[in-house]
Ligand binder design. Structure first.
Ligand code: ZN
Length: 252
């Protein structure tokens, strides 16, 4: 505004000069004053025009800047949105990866649980032992171990063959190792109706029934009657079997 006021002041000054000189006789000074006034007026007009031009240019610059700023803001917003979407996509990927890991872990756990279940009889087998015999002479193992922590141990004999018990019968009889041969011999005369186990014989610690193919029989061993310093053995007392079907029973 200051620059606009200066030309107005100059115009006023020039006019006053023209008025002051107008009363003189010489026309030349008046003419010079008129020229000066005209120039001042022209200068003022130029200055106003230039100022107007500057204002328009400033406005145009301001508008351009505003448009640029707006464009920048839109671009920034677009970038931010793109970043946000990229972040969201990354987060989703991570979440899905985590979910996949979780599912994988669950599958592993389930597999481990299933595997553990299948091993469960063996894992808890110290107090619940299983032994097999088939249509040939012989058990599937020549040693069983019972955990000392068990108050009693259940031994299950499974006949995996097909022959009947009078042809290929088996039982599982627990005795002291020192009594093995004597009990085996006594069993031969005990008869099939008694499962070839001598009746009332206190050398018999535990005994299953005599079984044939496809059958199962269990007996319980009272661990409190066993002596840690004594060797124990199991045998099949079916006639002729005890010399081959025998094994050691240890307390682990
Ligand atoms: Zn046998």
């Amino acid at each position: 505004m200051l620059t606009k006021n200066i030309p107005a002041f100059l115009v006023l000054a020039a006019s006053m000069t023209l008025v002051a000189c107008g009363s003189g006789d010489d026309a030349t000074p008046s003419s010079a004053a008129a020229e000066a006034a005209t120039e001042a007026a022209n200068d003022a007009a130029d200055t106003v025009a230039e100022d107007a031009q500057d204002v328009v240019e400033d406005a145009a610059d301001a508008a351009t800047d505003a448009i640029d700023d707006a464009a920048d803001a839109v671009a920034d917003a677009a970038d931010d949105a793109a970043d946000a979407m990229a972040d969201a996509a990354d987060d989703m990927k991570d979440t899905m990866a985590d979910a996949e890991e979780t599912v994988s872990d669950m599958v592993d756990d389930a597999a481990a649980t299933v595997a553990g279940d299948s091993d469960a009889p063996a894992a808890s087998g110290d107090c619940a032992l299983t032994i097999e015999a088939g249509d040939r002479l012989g058990y599937n193992t020549d040693s069983l171990t019972a955990a000392a922590s068990c108050s009693e141990v259940t031994v299950t004999l499974v006949h995996t063959g097909k022959l009947p018990k009078n042809a290929m019968g088996h039982n599982w009889v627990l005795v002291k190792k020192s009594d093995l041969d004597a009990v085996g011999a006594a069993g031969m005369t005990a008869g099939i109706d008694n499962s070839y186990v001598p009746v009332g014989d206190d050398r018999i610690i535990a005994a299953t029934q005599l079984i044939g193919g496809g059958e199962t029989s269990s007996t319980t061993v009272d661990m409190s009657v066993l002596d840690a310093d004594t060797e124990y053995a199991f045998i099949c007392t079916f006639p002729g079997h005890w010399s081959i079907m025998r094994g050691s029973f240890t307390i682990g």
